[in-house]
Write a protein of this length. Structure first.
Length: 434
């Protein structure tokens, strides 16, 4: 309830702080994909930058020239990092918004260039992020999902086969979220050029990590604008750029393609309304915080963070393969680790959660996911010790697969009627709002 009388600033802030005390301990590295933390001093910088522009609104770039300039600088820095000096683009609220904007723009591009296509299709790997399913659902486009090989990279021959006269776009990931594997972007680029199709690279999770890994000498296959067929890239600032939440970047090679992102309404009595992203009001806080994160960290800061993250990921991988019965999935392309087990994976996840780790459970195949950041360097040994103990517990007591959350995850993963799974999940979420 809105209180009858306003409360004091101190009282409100005290209550807000105490409300968060029961949340998972992300500063302590117990969470693996939801938060990217680069230390308290950096956090303080992005909070203060955010506060300076918390009420500002980039809906009108004439009124907020400061924010427009920050957006331009963020996009130019991102384009340069991805080897395209003339790149253009927009800052959005997150990976999903960048992807929604890209799909809507490519749909409208096809409407203009290939008006005979009534049911447009986008060819994507099976491992593509569900933001593309959401975009397809919202914008009336069909996703044609292509299988992956044993290393979880999209199968090129199957991509070639999936392309038809209705195809308007090809998508690959750098890397994909579930196993951290980079799709063969150079080959997808050749295919895209051969078929005269655009190619979007979803680098939401990897965009601000892969360039530093390459500079550290890791063997990173080409995935950015150096691949001639790549026409656009989504890359999240609020992930490995360690910006505050609510910031991503959609970068285009050409202004001609960006144009399709811009929506204009001319009949509104409130005036001509133009908007390049999905949202109307564009909060200034996340843009200022993202700009501050790039400035505060600098290339040397990001290199140091990437080194810590990749060393932690390598140490986790080495510790995991040393446990009998555990197996890594995918390839060590980036800083994502994913593993499966010969004991029930979901029982293992329950046991790890009982030891205060926040666990990302995956399916097809059943596995556990870790997006590893610099903040995880100090917890590697503690995680591995708990993992060894939990594997032993589940091995000694296989009936753990029948208790806790394990049966629910197991059933949801295997149930053939996916619509039934969706309707049950929808009910659970609706109940949270009821
Ligand atoms: C590869 C990839 N694409 C898109 C997204 C969606 O990003 P967001 O959660 O910021 O909307 C994610 C999020 O993890 C991702 O890993």
């Amino acid at each position: 309830m809105i209180p009858e009388h306003g409360r004091s600033t101190e009282e409100i802030l005290r209550e807000l702080a105490s409300r968060g005390e029961g949340d998972t301990d992300w500063r302590g590295g117990r969470v693996f994909s939801l938060v990217y933390h680069a230390g308290d001093a950096h956090e303080d910088l992005i909070h203060r930058a955010h506060a300076l522009y918390a009420s500002a609104n980039l809906l009108n770039p004439m009124a907020f020239k400061s924010l427009k300039q920050m957006e331009r600088e963020i996009v130019q820095s991102t384009g340069a990092l991805f080897h395209c000096s003339g790149a253009v683009g927009t800052v959005t609220s997150g990976g999903t918004e960048s992807i929604l904007c890209a799909v809507a723009a490519y749909r409208d591009r096809a409407r203009k260039k290939k008006p005979w296509i009534r049911s447009p299709e986008i060819v994507v790997p099976r491992t593509i992020h569900p933001a593309f399913d959401k975009a397809a659902h919202l914008f009336g486009v069909k996703l044609v999902k292509v299988d992956v090989d044993a290393e979880q990279r999209v199968d090129l021959q199957k991509v070639a086969k999936a392309i038809g006269w209705r195809t308007i776009l090809i998508v690959g990931s750098a890397p994909q979220y579930p196993h951290g594997v980079i799709d063969p972007i150079a080959q997808l680029g050749e295919l895209a050029q051969e078929k005269k199709l655009p190619l979007h690279v979803d680098a939401c999770v990897g965009g601000f990590m892969l360039p530093w890994l390459e500079r550290l000498g890791r063997p990173i296959p080409k995935w950015d604008f150096r691949v001639p067929g790549v026409t656009s890239i989504s890359a999240d600032l609020h992930k490995y750029a360690y910006a505050g939440k609510g910031a991503s970047c959609l970068v285009w090679r050409s202004i001609e393609d960006l144009r399709y992102q811009i929506f204009v309404a001319t009949d509104f009595p409130g005036g001509i309304y133009a908007s390049p992203t999905l949202i109307g009001t564009r909060p200034g806080g996340p843009i200022a915080a993202a700009w501050a994160a790039l400035q505060g960290m600098g290339a040397d800061g990001y290199l140091a963070l990437a080194k810590r993250a990749v060393d932690a990921a390598d140490a986790l991988r080495a510790g995991i393969v040393a446990v009998p019965g555990l197996k890594l999935l995918g390839r060590p392309d980036a800083t994502i680790v994913s593993y499966t087990s010969d004991v029930d994976v979901y029982a293992l996840a329950d046991r790890l959660e009982a030891r205060a780790w926040s666990i990302d459970r995956q399916h097809r195949p059943a596995s556990i996911h870790l997006t590893v950041t610099a903040n995880h360097a100090p917890i590697v040994e503690a995680y591995l010790a708990d993992l060894r103990a939990c594997v032993a517990e589940v091995r000694a007591n296989p009936s753990l697969a029948k208790s806790g959350q394990a049966p629910m995850y197991g059933m949801a993963a295997k149930m053939p009627l996916r619509r039934l799974v969706a309707s049950q999940v929808r009910k659970v979420i609706a109940d949270m709002y009821a």
